[in-house]
Design a protein around this ligand. Structure first.
Ligand code: 1CP
Length: 347
């Protein structure tokens, strides 16, 4: 089955493309009224994630409605702790909560390294999505970075400071490494399973990278992301480490193809620190609150900053839920039109 739109995969492999490809983090399930309809049918988030037909439907919605150049499988990063033995609940309008959390080494007794088959519902959703996409655009598989997953397992929910998780790094470093290693091995199994099921590219989300010091980041996060990248060679890999501006030189040295930038990371500076990587990003999601005129101007500014080569257009973090659909379309259309009008192919 041939792929009709390879722009995203080509760009992820640092090949020249006729225009810059675009997709958005959190493009499924945040802003589309069509999503909310499916969500109502499913009743709750976890049922939606665990029903391949419904997960497939919401994965494909942004491809058809917004015209993005890649789909990302509808799931959550927190399926990994659940597969390891730590169940999560998704509270309406609040986010994830773990009824039990990990507080000490003895809690590791209830956990195991997950096998890919324990997340068969995600793998089935990937297989079905690939079939339904029928080669229209590539499909991105994903997982949380071990540090970000660790943070939720220790805190039991989201946090502004993640101070309980950080306390663990300071007070129980050995135990922290033990748990991070279990998450890493589970994630390797899971991502390999996703690739076998049909994922064309994988992205690792380190959403809470920016709350660690540079030294802690190397020791407790990057080391494990690097292990995952070393273990996976079948597809291009994207690493998005939100807030880890201080780790860009080190990110250049790990075995990934693409590095996601947030809006605090300057483009020229990032090019200099990441000469071997394709860059993804990095418009501030809040820029989409502006008028259509403003969105267009900010998007063009971003495109001019990156230039035509080694760039995948995206936001600097996930879309916010109250973003208007026409602003998102304007962002996407501006990228598609701009690239063509500038004859990127001749560069
Ligand atoms: O009921 C609902 O619809 C709940 C909202 C929701 C959705 C749609 C959550 C709860 N997760 C998701 C899906 C999701 N999560 C995807 C699907 C594909 C896509 O649209 O991109 C992806 C890639 C994620 C990844 C995810 N989940 C991250 C990493 C990306 C990021 O934004 O930093 C994180 C940190 C989570 C945890 C999570 N899940 C949901 C919420 C509200 C949160 C954040 C909680 C917090 O602030 O700590």
């Amino acid at each position: 089955m041939g792929m009709q739109n390879h722009l995203f995969i080509q760009a992820a492999k640092a090949e020249h493309t006729p225009r810059t490809p675009v997709w958005l983090m959190r493009q499924a399930g945040r802003i589309l009224p069509e999503y909310r309809k499916v969500r109502e049918i499913a009743k709750d988030f976890k049922t939606l994630v665990k029903t391949p037909e419904l997960a497939t439907e919401v994965t494909i919605q942004p491809v058809n409605i917004l015209g993005v150049d890649a789909a990302i499988i509808f799931s959550d990063i927190l399926v990994i702790p659940e597969a390891m033995g730590l169940n999560y609940e998704m509270e309406e309008n609040k986010g994830p909560v773990f009824p039990k959390k990990i507080s000490s080494a003895k809690d590791l007794n209830g956990l195991h390294v997950a096998a890919a088959e324990e997340l068969q519902y995600v793998l089935d959703a990937i297989t079905l999505t690939k079939k339904e996409l029928n080669g229209k655009v590539p499909l991105i598989g994903f997982a949380g970075a071990p540090w970000t997953i660790f943070s939720y397992m220790i805190e039991g929910k989201g946090s502004k400071t993640f101070s309980a998780a950080k306390k663990m790094l300071y007070t129980q470093p050995e135990f922290s490494h033990q748990l991070l290693e279990m998450i890493t091995q589970s994630t390797i199994h899971y991502l390999k399973g996703q690739i076998q099921a049909g994922a064309d590219v994988i992205q690792i989300f380190d959403s809470w990278a920016g709350i660690l010091s540079p030294a802690q980041y190397s020791e407790f996060s990057l080391k494990y992301i690097s292990k995952i990248c070393d273990a996976i060679s079948q597809t291009p890999k994207i690493v998005f480490a939100k807030g880890a501006f201080f780790a860009r030189a080190e990110l250049n040295a790990i075995k990934c193809d693409v590095v996601g930038l947030d809006w605090n990371m300057g483009i020229n500076e990032s090019r200099a620190l990441l000469p071997d990587k394709v860059l993804q990003g990095n418009l501030d999601p809040c820029a989409l609150y502006g008028s259509l005129h403003d969105v267009k101007r900010e998007t063009i500014k971003m495109l001019e900053g990156f230039g035509p080569y080694k760039h995948i257009a995206n936001l600097g973090h996930g879309l916010y839920p109250d973003t208007e659909v026409d602003k998102v379309k304007c962002f996407i259309d501006t990228i598609k039109e701009y690239s063509v009008s500038k004859s990127f192919a001749s560069k």
